[in-house]
Design a protein around this ligand. Structure first.
Ligand SMILES: [Zn+2]
Length: 294
């Protein structure tokens, strides 16, 4: 009997155990983008074609997804980044809040919001209809990130609208935010690390529990092929491009050397994987069943 087409179906919530902690990756949504810009800005069209073909990707379009993370330490419920919120809803993103509830958490359950940086896909979900979306959460973010946006120095012209969003969303909360510096402990088992370049004060977070480790690298690398395999390539989304290249190489080298599990905000959902060194480049190796057989 003919059956109607139901359309693509992807489950947007993924939870796994990390030592004593539980970690839930939640897909805030996905959008379609061209490839260059934003990626591979210093490559020719022919080279981009070759790179895309090699990875079985389209050389014209990519899917960019947005993946906030919930960490339950047993003592605190921490949300890393807030998705697009209402800013993204027309584009196919901004669904964190409803999916958080599907994952078993209420917005009022969140104790801490950890921001990697202040781009709209990471702070847009802080508010819904003018009210804080996670009213009981203490916001924490990089000291350098906050005061970079606040001062406006080194904020590129293309981010003028983003700066207005920062001034509207985060500036009024200055007195309530806990500011983090490189090496600061957020709570027991969660450490902030400087990873500047994508933005002026971008931070990443290292989670450790019972000999297990997870690196939440935010936007250090924003595409699993175009950034991870071509870390020196300039990226339109990076606000301080040279510094972003240096940081990307440093973090990729560290991840390849240590074999740490990585959760990357824009890696293909559920955005978990490892970095493998291939010659003088790297490869994103998606996690499969490793986390279920520990
Ligand atoms: Zn981002």
């Amino acid at each position: 009997m003919p059956k109607e087409m139901l359309g693509p179906l992807n489950f947007p919530i993924h939870r796994f155990v990390l030592g004593e902690f539980e970690v839930t990756a939640i897909l805030d949504g996905s959008v379609r983008l061209g490839i260059s810009p934003p990626f591979l800005l210093n490559e020719s069209d022919a080279e981009i074609d070759k790179i895309a073909k090699c990875a079985n990707l389209s050389s014209e379009k990519l899917e960019n997804n947005f993946v906030p993370v919930v960490i339950n330490t047993g003592h605190k419920l921490i949300l890393v980044d807030t998705g697009f919120g209402s800013l993204g809803r027309k584009m196919g993103a901004g669904f964190l809040k409803e999916r958080l509830m599907q994952a078993g958490y209420q917005p009022t359950d969140i104790d801490i919001i950890l921001l990697t940086h202040a781009h709209p896909d990471h702070i847009g979900g802080l508010y819904e209809d003018g009210e804080l979306s996670f009213p009981n959460a203490q916001i924490m973010m990089g000291h350098r990130e906050f005061y970079g946006w606040q001062s406006g120095e080194r904020i590129p012209e293309q981010r003028a609208e983003n700066r207005d969003l920062f001034l509207k969303f985060l500036s009024p909360l200055e007195d309530q935010i806990r500011f983090l510096n490189d090496g600061d402990e957020v709570v027991n088992g969660v450490t902030a690390e400087a990873a500047y370049g994508h933005t002026v004060g971008h931070m990443m977070y290292r989670i450790r529990s019972d000999n297990h480790e997870l690196l939440i690298w935010g936007d250090v690398a924003n595409h699993y092929v175009f950034s991870v395999e071509h870390p020196n390539s300039l990226v339109g989304f990076d606000d301080v491009k040279d510094e972003a290249v240096t940081t990307r190489n440093k973090v990729l080298n560290g991840a390849a050397d240590s074999g740490v599990l990585v959760l990357g905000h824009h890696m293909p959902f559920p955005s978990l994987g490892h970095v493998q060194r291939i010659g003088d480049s790297f490869k994103w190796v998606p996690a499969t069943y490793q986390l279920r057989v520990q």
